[in-house]
Design a protein around this ligand. Structure first.
Ligand SMILES: Cc1cc2nc3c(=O)[nH]c(=O)nc-3n(C[C@H](O)[C@H](O)[C@H](O)COP(=O)(O)OP(=O)(O)OC[C@H]3O[C@@H](n4cnc5c(N)ncnc54)[C@H](O)[C@@H]3O)c2cc1C
Length: 432
């Protein structure tokens, strides 16, 4: 590699912004074909697979994904309000195949870090030079008595992985009598999509406002504060009467006894810390941890996977990289945009290493939009840098913020269209 290419590349390895400038580079790999195996075709995995091939088409990339297509959680709360269908959130992997990614439908069940090989439920082995793991979340079922996978699938959906449970929850809302009571139990930190439970309450309120105007929605929360709280409350006050006797939404935080302990699925009764709550529709979003393969492959410390935040390489096993929700990447939230940003940094770092180069200092980005009601969108955005001394990701001061309080209707309306175009852009960036 010439000196100028070398310098440009090191910069690219360090940042999402610089990454785009390197696309179209000639092949950087030297010698034998390198192999990257990616586990999980969600935001982190699909983006990493695509960008590794875009940066260096000589690298053989195999993506192992359990499902035939990807159904995005982001925007799935809009299925609950009836604003969109689950089908509109479902995408195939042909776009990745066009980049030369080999897409295998199977489930990874183990990784041998010595032999550098991934084993699948289908009985196959895939050798790698680098392995990227982006399996998303798993649930801590043992934490709520009476709540398990079967109850979630049949009666009390979590709908926190978009799919059949999202459809079930929507049907339950449609079948609920006028004046019915919806309970949403939010999880403790950290969890996938910090503003998600509150966006969900908003989207359900948006539906009820038109179809069941006397309905009540109670959010039981084991926390004392939540993401974009001020903006949500502004929206709920304007749209759903929050703070009045007639409010459609009530939020019960930790101090008010919002931590739930037990569910009786036959009567849809929740025993919370102080009192009992009975609903017509109950949605429990359980406490979370990294997806099962992270545990099977010994990548976790506690519930999540510790990583070197310069590259997202596991701190437990060399040449394995963990991205997205499964990784410990505070202060970045567990979000689609964060996973997408981490995947590009990781892709560039893997290629740098294949070429004997040191990855540079990365920057990351996250924006999260929430649609609180008709023509009422809000957002939070940040650019993050690495503090390599503490191995932490920190927001760069003055690089982001939340949308203004008491913004004009025009701004709120514009944020809804930004939210929808952000969705198209992320899907396009990961899969097309
Ligand atoms: C209701 C809701 C709303 C949200 N809204 C937003 C939003 O507005 N903005 C935002 O940025 N984020 C949002 N998110 C969060 C976002 O969906 C996640 O943070 C993001 O999908 C994380 O990407 P990931 O790659 O870590 O995991 P995922 O996208 O969940 O992908 C994991 C993939 O790995 C596969 N997999 C798992 N284990 C294996 C295995 N062993 N073998 C093979 N395949 C496997 C799974 O099938 C899945 O396809 C929302 C989430 C929810 C629940």
């Amino acid at each position: 590699m010439t000196d100028i290419n070398r310098r440009t590349f090191i910069r690219a390895a360090g940042g999402v912004a610089a990454l785009g400038a390197t696309l179209g580079f000639p092949s950087l790999a030297l010698g034998a074909t390198r192999r990257v195996v990616v586990i999980g075709g969600g935001v982190g995995g699909a983006t990493a697979a695509k960008y590794i091939r875009k940066l260096d088409a000589s690298i053989a990339v195999t993506l192992i994904e359990t499902k035939p297509s990807y159904t995005s959680c982001f925007m799935s709360n809009e299925v609950l309000s009836g604003e969109r269908t689950l089908e509109s959130l479902t995408f195939g992997y042909d776009g990745l195949r066009r980049y030369g990614v080999e897409v295998i439908r199977d489930t990874a069940v183990g990784i041998d870090p010595e032999k550098k090989s991934v084993k699948t439920a289908g009985g196959h082995s895939f050798d790698y030079d680098a392995c990227v793991v982006s399996p998303g979340i798993g649930f801590k079922w043992e934490t709520i008595e009476g709540y398990d996978e079967e109850v979630a699938a049949e009666t009390v959906p979590h709908a926190w992985n978009a799919g059949p449970q999202t459809t079930l929850l929507r049907r339950q809302l449609e079948a609920m009598p006028e004046g019915g009571h919806v309970i949403i139990a939010a999880p403790p930190n950290p969890f996938k999509c910090p503003p998600g439970p509150y966006e969900r309450a908003s989207q359900i309120a948006m539906y009820c406002k038109h179809h069941k105007p006397r309905a009540k929605i109670t959010i039981l929360d084991p926390k004392d504060a939540f993401s974009k709280q001020g903006l949500y409350i502004e929206g709920w006050t304007k749209l759903y009467g929050y703070g009045t006797d007639n409010s459609m939404i009530e939020w019960v935080g930790a101090a008010g006894g919002g931590t739930i302990e037990e569910l009786d699925p036959t009567t849809l009764t929740i025993q919370a810390e102080i009192e009992e709550f009975q609903g017509d529709v109950v949605n429990i979003i359980p406490p979370q941890k990294a997806g099962p393969i992270a545990f099977a492959a010994d990548l976790v410390d506690g519930d999540w996977c510790p990583v070197d935040k310069r590259t997202f390489e596991s701190q437990r096993h060399k040449d394995i990289y963990v991205l997205g929700d499964a990784s410990s990447a505070a202060k970045m939230p567990k979000s689609a945009y964060a996973a997408n940003s981490q995947a590009k940094v990781c892709a560039a770092a893997i290629i740098a290493r294949f070429n004997g180069l040191e990855p540079g200092d990365p920057t990351f980005v996250n924006t999260c939009y929430s649609v609180v009601g008709e023509d009422f969108g809000i957002s939070v955005a940040a650019v993050y840098g690495l503090n390599s001394h503490t191995n932490t990701i920190q927001p760069i001061p003055n690089s982001g913020g939340v949308s203004p309080a008491n913004a004009s209707p025009e701004i709120r309306k514009r944020e809804v269209s930004y939210a929808h175009s952000w969705f198209k852009n992320v899907i396009n960036d990961m899969l097309e």
